[in-house]
Design a binder for this molecule. Structure first.
Ligand code: SDX
Length: 437
């Protein structure tokens, strides 16, 4: 086996090139440094130069793109949308301001914001024919399946977009996703669909469509409105996570935004990703029903022979704390207090966090609560059923998905995503007849 080594110029800040020595031949690979000092080895010409490819299952060491949208420093627990710290964004902004910021790269002026909100309001209704889709689903069907299908189906109502249609379709999706989501909830509880109202702001409108009944007036509580605004903002973008990378990958084939986002919804559904918020509550309920024995479940999570994982714990990037989890932990106390909700699951979650953070297994593996650990407790207190939790995650992540899709689409020289592989299968062999099989 030839010895291969790679040397990088030590001064990262002025990194010029990395030297790769392969089979005794030296290759200089260009280096790149981002605005926050992140260093990348550009391997765009590696195969042409050396015949070799890199191998990185799960892409933990591979940058797929350059982006100006979201910055995460996993070691320091930093998350910024277009340079603004998540803590300030969560405290000071409305969700549609954050959507505008992620999509267009700047915070809107008051006039720009009013125009944006007005344009979203013009598209909150879905075509009446879309209601026919719902009757085909079993009432208890998972709403993520409905969301992915109906978002992809929006392309049948808005086919072959030209340039301005692309921008309009982004507005359409921001406007219609809450309606599609709320309708799926109403179908699951056997209640009539409640139409959106343009006199209500974005978060109020979703709560109205979800909880109002035609037989009595529904007043949105300021606590619920504030909690939903916070939850949507905290989920709005998270650089190249699994579902966003999926949206980019589908978008790289020049598929339309509805198809790309539908694929992102499907990826988000997985329990290792956005589906974790539902699994966290199911785990906490299991612990509650098992005499609150959270120590037993911490032991199971540490047992290599036990597939059980502490859902809502761990993160590919955050190796300290997830700043969103910190914010949500405080918000959980506040929201439940304001709503007068006593939920034993919150105490179990806090006990679980305390035990885990003082246990060498979790400390050594740098496993901390992530965004999914406390979010479900707030959704629950708001009256949102567990099955809808990942739908709520999708509602928040939508502007981030589309901002990333748009950024890729607008990047000159963009190519279709097509990773290589290392083949480990059979080498060439003749096809045998039946008698030789
Ligand atoms: C989200 O990428 C993003 O940004 C995602 C997200 C976003 O906003 O888009 O932040 C949202 O998806 C948050 C993550 C939600 N998922 C969960 O809470 C599910 C539980 N967590 C894990 O399955 C896991 O931590 C991941 C999926 C989050 C991260 O997986 P990695 O980076 O591939 O890490 P790994 O599975 O290789 O785990 C490293 C080690 C392993 O032990 P060893 O094999 O090294 O001995 O840590 C262990 C794992 O067994 N481990 C856990 C654990 N998570 C990891 N052990 C117990 N409980 C856990 N939760």
């Amino acid at each position: 086996m030839e010895v291969w080594e790679i040397e990088m110029s030590t001064a990262h800040t002025s990194a010029q090139s990395a030297k790769l020595i392969l089979d005794g031949q030296e290759y200089d690979l260009p280096m790149t440094v981002g605005s926050e000092g992140e260093v990348g080895i550009d391997i765009g010409k590696l195969r042409a130069l050396t015949g070799a490819v890199t191998l990185d299952p799960g892409y933990g060491n591979t940058g797929s793109c350059r982006s100006t949208i979201t910055f995460i420093d996993g070691e320091k627990g930093i998350l910024r949308y277009r340079g603004y710290p998540i803590e300030e964004v969560a405290e000071k902004l409305q969700f549609l301001e954050v959507a505008y910021l992620l999509l267009y790269g700047k915070l809107p002026t008051k006039a720009e914001y009013e125009t944006f909100v007005a344009s979203v309001n013009q598209h909150t209704l879905v075509n009446e024919e879309m209601k026919n889709f719902y009757v085909g689903y079993p009432r208890r069907g998972h709403p993520m399946a409905i969301l992915a299908s109906l978002v992809a189906s929006l392309a049948t109502f808005h086919p072959s977009p030209n340039e301005e249609e692309v921008e309009l379709n982004i507005i359409r999706l921001i406007a219609k996703l809450p309606t599609i989501a709320a309708f799926s909830y109403k179908m699951s509880v056997g209640q009539p669909f409640v139409y959106p109202r343009n006199d209500l702001a974005y978060c109020e409108n979703f709560l109205h469509m979800t909880f109002a009944l035609p037989v009595e007036p529904y007043i949105v509580s300021p606590t619920l409105r504030k909690a939903l605004n916070l939850l949507l903002i905290l989920h709005a973008d998270h650089e190249q996570n699994c579902s966003t990378s999926t949206v980019r990958m589908v978008g790289s084939s020049q598929a339309n935004v509805f198809a790309s986002v539908a694929a992102g919804i499907a990826a988000l559904w997985g329990p290792l990703h956005g589906g974790a918020n539902q699994r966290v509550i199911e785990m906490l309920e299991m612990i509650r029903d098992d005499d609150m024995d959270f120590q037993k479940y911490v032991a199971k999570a540490k047992d290599k022979n036990d597939p059980f994982r502490l859902m809502g714990f761990g993160h590919r990037v955050y190796k300290n704390f997830d700043p969103r989890a910190k914010i949500l932990k405080g918000a959980a106390d506040e929201v439940l207090g304001e709503l007068g909700v006593e939920d034993p699951l919150l105490e179990i979650a806090k006990n679980l966090e305390d035990v885990a953070l003082n246990d060498s297994y979790f400390v050594e593996k740098k496993l901390y609560p992530n965004v999914d650990f406390y979010s479900g407790i707030i959704y629950r207190a708001m009256g949102i059923p567990t099955g809808m939790f990942t739908v709520m995650f999708a509602l928040g992540r939508l502007p981030g998905w589309m901002a990333q899709w748009k950024e890729q689409r607008e990047t000159p020289g963009g190519r279709i995503g097509r990773p290589r592989q290392i083949y480990d299968g059979e080498t060439q062999r003749p096809v045998p007849g039946f008698d030789a099989r």
